[in-house]
Design a protein around this ligand. Structure first.
Ligand code: CDP
Ligand code: CDP
Length: 226
């Protein structure tokens, strides 16, 4: 039987987590899980229902009634909210602007973390987010903290989605910096580097260089796990 490990990839917005995690998962034959998509789906649903993300009681009640599922699609992971495909809509600017408030809710986090741990229980998972190495999968055999300068991250996002989001590069950089600040300063499971995580600064690295580095680290960990 072949050994499998879990790989946790954390870091700020636009660091390249999802692109790299998807590539690494494909190379290893692992399952990729985008936990940010789950927080985004809860945010979309709450916004549609007119719930103030800062109203913690209303938000918690709303979130506990939702069914969020992830499924592999041709061009990456598909996200379903109560059976509806919301893959595109969860990337909207409105969701960008409110998701960190929703993700600050202790109740929302405990609901989603339980789901994420269930998905990773058989190993062979590459999971990306903010608190994977520190909270969701503290036992993950490989933990990577992927980062890049805020300028570079904003530029990447702008090239990827600037026109669809309807923002200037300057606005996007401000909004990303603000989301980083909220994610780093929240009370429950803030974005931080786990003590046993490997720090990778991708500012001047290509997607393939980062993916190769992580695959090579995973091979070392796999050899150790045997
Ligand atoms: O792709 P991007 O980096 O823009 O964000 P994302 O990974 O889709 O995550 C969106 C937001 O969800 C983050 O800014 C966090 O507020 C929250 N999040 C979190 O709190 N914990 C996670 N494990 C993943 C995302
Ligand atoms: O998931 P996260 O928010 O950390 O970042 P992403 O969505 O994977 O990457 C944001 C954008 O940067 C994507 O368009 C990637 O193709 C691009 N990217 C890049 O240009 N160079 C890298 N080393 C990593 C990502």
């Amino acid at each position: 039987a072949d050994e499998r490990i879990n790989i946790a990839i954390d870091g700020p917005a636009g660091a390249g987590k999802s692109t790299v995690a998807r590539t690494v998962a494909a190379q290893l034959g692992y399952v990729y899980i985008d936990t940010g998509a789950m927080y985004r789906a809860v945010t979309l649903s709450a916004r549609r229902a007119g719930i103030d993300p800062l109203d913690t009681a209303a938000l918690a009640a709303h979130a506990s009634g939702l069914t969020i599922t992830l499924a592999p699609g041709k061009e990456g992971q598909l996200v379903y909210l109560n059976g509806e495909d919301v893959t595109a809509e969860i990337r909207s600017r409105d969701v960008n602007l409110h998701v960190s408030q929703v993700a600050a809710s202790e109740k929302v986090r405990s609901l989603l973390v339980a789901k994420q741990q269930e998905l990773a229980k058989d190993k062979g998972v590459v999971m990306d987010g903010r608190d994977i190495g520190s909270c969701v999968l503290p036992g993950a055999e490989l933990k990577v903290f992927l980062t890049a300068s805020v300028k570079e991250r904003a530029q990447r996002r702008f090239i990827e989605a600037g026109s669809a989001l309807g923002v200037t590069l300057e606005q996007l950089e401000k909004e990303i910096a603000e989301r980083d600040r909220m994610d780093e300063q929240r009370e429950f499971s803030p974005l931080k580097i786990a003590p046993d995580a490997i720090l990778l600064d991708s500012t001047s690295m290509s997607i393939n260089e980062v993916a190769d580095a992580i695959v090579s680290l995973s091979r070392t960990k796999l050899a150790e796990a045997k």
